[in-house]
Design a protein around this ligand. Structure first.
Ligand code: GAR
Length: 196
């Protein structure tokens, strides 16, 4: 035991948030150990990024299972085998079902590229631009059964850049990479204190 909080990162896409968290763990800015990367998309770039580390990577496709419950039961077996304490969603584009929520109650965290409750779901940046908002942002929250709902832990504003989705996404990512590690660090620190 090294006293670090054991986390699994779930991702479906590029994995820049995974990479930022992995760096923060290595630099000692986040007192956690990523014991597992899980993706539901075996061809996603996060797999490539995880390969550059020695973190175990698991690709599990829900369609390979007879039901969402069976998929989540398989996941839970892997997570428990690794001693995972918290699940950190980093661009994981799938709703968490009741089976996984019951196994990790109030222990699943998500990051979303908007100021929730505005623009939940897919393409939050595109939604913000389509609405013509001038300021959007980033939210970190605990996961419940809803889509990007659940208690909000932290938020930060980001200016929409010239109505441009690529430039705005870049600005959002830069904020995400700082806000996620800081929010997780205070979450894990307050948990360690309350256990002591
Ligand atoms: C991030 O912007 C994250 O907030 C978003 O996916 C992106 C993943 O980027 N998540 C959602 O939209 C969840 N509803 P990354 O793969 O480079 O970390």
């Amino acid at each position: 035991m090294n006293g670090k909080t054991k986390i699994a990162v779930f991702a479906s896409g590029s994995g820049s948030n995974f990479e930022a968290l992995e760096f923060a763990c290595r630099e000692g800015e986040l007192d956690a150990e990523i014991t597992l990367v899980m993706t539901d998309k075996p061809a996603s770039f996060v797999v490539e990024r995880a390969r550059q580390t020695d973190i175990r990577t698991v690709a599990l496709e829900p369609k390979a299972f007879p039901s969402k419950q069976a998929f989540e039961e398989a996941l839970i077996a892997i997570l428990q085998d690794e001693g995972v304490e918290w699940i950190v969603l980093a661009g994981y584009m799938r709703l968490i079902g009741p089976t996984l929520l019951a196994a990790y109650p109030s222990r699943i965290v998500n990051i979303h590229p908007s100021l929730l409750p505005s623009f939940p779901g897919k393409d939050a940046i595109g939604q913000a631009i389509a609405h013509g908002v001038k300021v959007t942002g980033v939210t970190v929250h605990l996961v419940d059964e809803g889509m990007d709902t659940g208690p909000i832990l932290a938020q930060a504003p980001v200016q929409v850049v010239d109505g441009n989705p690529e430039l705005t996404a870049k600005a959002i990512h830069a904020v995400e990479h700082v806000l996620y590690k800081e929010t997780l660090q205070s979450l894990f620190t307050s948990e360690t204190k309350s256990k002591a």
